[in-house]
Ligand binder design. Sequence first.
Ligand code: ADP
Ligand code: GN1
Ligand code: MG
Length: 372
Amino acid sequence: MKDIDRYLRIADNFLYEGKILSIEPYGDGLINDTFRITTSEEAPDYMLQRINHSVFRNVAMLQDNIRKVTGHLYERKKAAGETDLERKVLRFIDNKDGENYIYDQDTASYWRMMAFIPDALTYDSVTPENAYKTGLAISRFHSELSDMGERLGETIPHFHDMAYRLEEFRQAVRADKASRAASVQGLIEEIESRAEDMTAAERLYAAGKLPKRICHCDTKVNNLLFDKDGEVLAVIDLDTVMPSFIFSDYGDFLRTAANFTAEDDPDTEKVGFDHKIFEAFTEGYLEGAKEFITPVETLMLPFAVRLFPYMQCVRFLGDYINGDTYYKIKYPGHNLARAENQMALLKSIEKYDKDGAMASFIATCIRQPDNV
Ligand code: ADP
Ligand code: GN1
Ligand code: MG
């Protein structure tokens, strides 16, 4: 069977409107396989997605989380009088049994369908102007999910748990399945020399000093949709929405947004921390978050800016050492290039922050106006 016929047959499990005209691969996600479906005039276009089942082991839980999150976001925005909700909240399409995913025997995969958000743009980088708006949008996302009564499952256990990620990494180095560990010894040492510092959040959590809240846990720039004026329309890619440290979304966004180049640029000379983006995003985020963020969470923001390039370096290098089994790659050394890029970014951040520049800037954002 031709691929197109296969996808058509899969799409036909869902209660979509209109007649399908074409199905094409779409986007640059590293995890799922995404296809854009165009339909005849009146009907909306759609996205068909193969869910990466080796990453998301419990698809029923994943799709249940997504139903709860999109339902809650929709109701919150509606209650606040927002309009154009079809472009602001992802809408998943049910099948005939009222489920928002299917298992397809032929492809041995899980699939889901959602409405395509029209006239929206994705970027891999931001300008200082839209970094501010993005900060506001991420804090709004946190605040909208803060009163969600229903509990969410952990779709990837220990997802942002740095202590766990390091153990997983060390195991990969010991197993050395692809015989690559010796060739990246220098990078392994750079990682190990920072391990104690980078696991501070887990210790604070264990001591009851740092809370977890519902977060997105994958706020890279291309998981946001913007309108043509640079306003954030929707936060997408909701697979990892789960309880985590609130600073995850702050730090992970800056990991991609405040790097002068793409996360996989092999030319580490081009990598560097753009403090203008850091400042604009921080101002926007704290403008919205000052209502709910605690002093400890605020104190941890500079830590988060370092943590996410570090965590991503550990994850990319671990995948390289394992023989590239997790992230999609375009060439054999792709994961190594990504890991080197993230280490270069971390070093640039460390240099910028050596005298506490980030904490000083954050303090200027949350300082209350003097009473007059
Ligand atoms: P992955 O988990 O593989 O990153 P995403 O859900 O982020 O998958 O989808 C990949 C890309 O497809 C996104 O970066 C975005 O450009 C685009 N996309 C996903 N969902 C929609 C949608 N509903 N409307 C418009 N574009 C979308
Ligand atoms: C993956 O799905 P995508 O491409 O938006 C990954 C993130 C990483 C990111 C690095 C479920 O995000 O955790 O930060 O790649 N998602 C998962 O680019 O592992
Ligand atoms: Mg994505």
